[in-house]
Design a protein around this ligand. Structure first.
Ligand code: ZN
Ligand code: ZN
Length: 647
């Protein structure tokens, strides 16, 4: 072989996400590729993604590939960064407590954890020592290297170290070889990739310790889980820690208790009780929902909670969703408690023949659904086992798809603006367990894309995250401390109409198949109440406030006047209470303030003489004196506008 032909065979092509192609010698590393593009990119790159695999920076590329350079501020990059932090934490714990056995330590959203089996247990007071040791490991600038072993060698290796959990994990692997990552004296079973050296971890913080069963199984040992977080920049870590502090203050479970909005009783884990005050918020949200939907041409229905198994087999839920469903038996037949409202709405559509002239048919339902969630994942009203979806199903002709989707988008926009939420849109495509052909999915996905693009909205694509029956647009709203919550969804569905043999008579007199939209705006009313509670920190806008005004007489002699004002406000439709207890004025004001009552109306002799009230706002304090009539007028105006005055 002469030199030129050798060179030729040693050249590989690397294709980048923008479609550009560059040539490199065979065996070029990810890092070298990044460096060839620019030194800043090289500095920020932590790994590469080749097809579906993440690889280390020193991975040699030995053929033509499509490559994504993973930078530390990308989703993959964050995961690698935080996973490396988990290894460094495990190394620190091992140094401090050599008898500890290691379980697993993945990166999670916003951070990482590692599970340890340790006889004497761990407490949050240990975290400071562990953090200090982590800082040492970072300073030692230990290179992090990948090592491979055969499965048998790996089992022997960990058996010798007494790492029983690792042995159990490796026994479950199918591959012949097992990879490890080594940094200094520490070595851990790991797929990788990792940062190149411990020194690349810049800002981290350990957050708390909690018990966790090995493999989530309550029959297996209870381990100690340390949670932490890490960011490429100190400022980002500080901002995140501030946000956590803010979030703890706004925790809807705490506010829900102090404002007496809702509770979860021992007798019903995941099944919330709404108290009278929480019910006011809920009813206001539902009333608003109804009014807006009537304007948009929706009809409202209510379908049963329990329906026959056959229906769920037909809808695909039996096959795809059974693990999350509850069941019951009636007259020796199987029934399911609905996890979704769609099949009920479909039965209603099918009760009669429809003409194309009736379409689109928009059917709304505030439907109570039950879904089984693992007890460890339940969280106040955020994650429950029964909730009310503000659901609607739209049946339409294919030519109506785009305009209907756009109408729903407009409605979602109007809803979120009312609460002062900013939001972004994500498009989720075909998941692995999808039903229906690729063509149908393609068609549905394109329709959603075109609808958003024509609205001039930006969106993010989530590959493989759609529902099993169709692609979807998700709306993620941002609360006032910067957290995002997925609430609204619009799902396009060509498959249910097929499965249920839905039809309409077209202008040609023939039967045609309608297309369906499934959509929610609040998502779950329960969860939306939780989000609003945290967003407003319990200081709900006037239209939602359980008590809108509290009348506080200066002394007992003003009680009659207080009752008179109360009656007039109540007659005007304002939710009002009088505090006639024999307590000091200041005490009563402070209490109303803590309960986040928007307006406190203080009434004494002066006010009684002039038919006035002295207003104190919960946020702004003294708002001066106005006549009772004037207060009523202003309050009604604020309620009617659904004004959001403070965040
Ligand atoms: Zn690892
Ligand atoms: Zn549905």
């Amino acid at each position: 072989m002469d030199e030129t032909s050798l060179n030729k065979s040693e050249i590989i092509k690397v294709t980048f996400p923008d479609g550009s192609v560059r040539e490199y010698p065979k065996g070029v590393t990810i890092f070298d590729v990044a460096k060839s593009i620019g030194p800043r990119l090289a500095k920020a790159t932590v790994a590469g993604r080749i097809s579906d695999h993440l690889v280390d920076l020193d991975y040699p590329i030995d053929g033509d590939v499509s490559l994504i350079l993973v930078t530390e501020d990308s989703e993959d990059g964050f995961e690698i960064y935080r996973h490396t932090a988990a290894h460094i934490m495990a190394q620190a714990v091992k140094r401090l407590k050599p008898d500890v056995k290691l379980a697993i330590g993945p990166a999670i959203e916003d951070g990482f954890y590692y599970d340890f089996d340790i006889e004497e247990g761990l407490s949050s007071s240990d975290l400071t020592d562990i953090e200090a040791e982590m800082a040492n490991i970072i300073n030692e600038d230990l290179p992090i290297e990948r090592v491979e072993m055969t499965k048998d060698d790996a089992i022997k290796f960990f058996e010798d170290m007494g790492e029983d959990y690792k042995v159990e994990l490796i026994n479950g692997f199918l591959d012949k070889n097992v990879s490890f990552y080594r940094q200094g004296e520490f070595i851990d079973l790991c797929r990788g990739p990792h940062l190149q050296s411990t020194k690349r971890l810049k800002a981290f913080k350990l957050l708390n310790v909690a018990g966790a069963y090995w493999r989530g199984d309550s029959k297996r040992p209870m381990l100690q889980r340390i949670y932490g977080t890490a960011f490429p920049k100190k400022a980002e870590l500080d901002a995140y820690l501030n946000m956590l502090e803010e979030a703890a203050k706004r925790d809807h479970r705490v506010i829900g208790r102090s404002l007496d909005l809702f509770s979860i009783q021992e007798e019903g884990p995941g099944f919330p009780f709404f108290h009278p005050r929480g019910m006011v918020i809920r009813n206001e949200l539902e009333a608003f929902w109804r009014a807006e939907h009537i304007k948009e041409g929706y009809q409202e229905i209510k379908t049963p909670i329990i329906l026959n198994r056959g229906l769920w087999e037909n809808s695909g839920h039996w096959e795809k969703y059974r693990e999350n469903m509850y069941f019951t038996v009636i007259d020796e037949e199987d029934y399911a408690i609905k996890p979704m409202n769609c099949p009920g709405a479909i039965l209603l559509y099918k009760r009669k023949l429809h003409s194309y002239r009736e379409l689109p048919i928009r059917i709304g339902e505030l439907g109570l659904v039950h879904r089984h969630e693992l007890s460890g994942t339940l969280h106040g009203l955020m994650r429950v086992r029964c909730f009310t979806q503000d659901d609607a199903h739209i049946f339409m002709t294919p030519s109506q798809i785009k305009s209907e989707i756009q109408k729903v988008i407009d409605l979602v926009d109007r809803f979120y603006n009312i609460f002062g939420f900013e939001y972004h849109v994500e498009l989720s495509t075909r998941p692995e367990n999808a039903i229906g052909s690729y063509e149908v999915w393609e068609q549905a996905t394109t329709a959603l894309k075109e609808a958003v693009e024509e609205k001039g909205m930006d969106y993010i694509i989530n590959e493989g995250d759609g529902a099993f029956y169709g692609p979807k647009l998700d709306f993620h709203l941002k609360d006032c401390i910067g957290r995002t919550w997925q609430c609204g969804t619009i799902q396009l569905d060509f498959i249910m109409p097929e499965r249920f043999d839905l039809s309409y008579i077209g202008d040609d007199g023939e039967k045609h198949r309608p297309v369906m939209i499934h959509r929610v705006i609040f998502g779950s009313i329960e969860r939306f109440v939780a989000i609003l509670t945290e967003h407003f920190a319990g200081a709900f806008p006037l239209w939602l406030a359980p008590v809108q005004a509290r009348i506080i007489p200066v002394s007992a002699v003003n009680a009659d006047y207080a009752k008179d004002v109360e009656r007039r406000l109540a007659n005007a439709g304002i939710r009002v209470e009088s505090d006639l207890r024999n307590e000091k004025l200041g005490y009563k004001v402070r209490e109303a303030q803590l309960e986040k009552v928007p307006y406190m109306l203080v009434v004494g002799d002066k006010e009684a003489e002039s038919d006035e009230v002295s207003i104190r706002g919960r946020a702004k304090g003294d708002l001066g004196r106005v006549t009772v009539e004037q207060f009523i007028e202003n309050a009604l105006e604020e309620i009617q506008q659904k004004a959001v005055i403070t965040c």
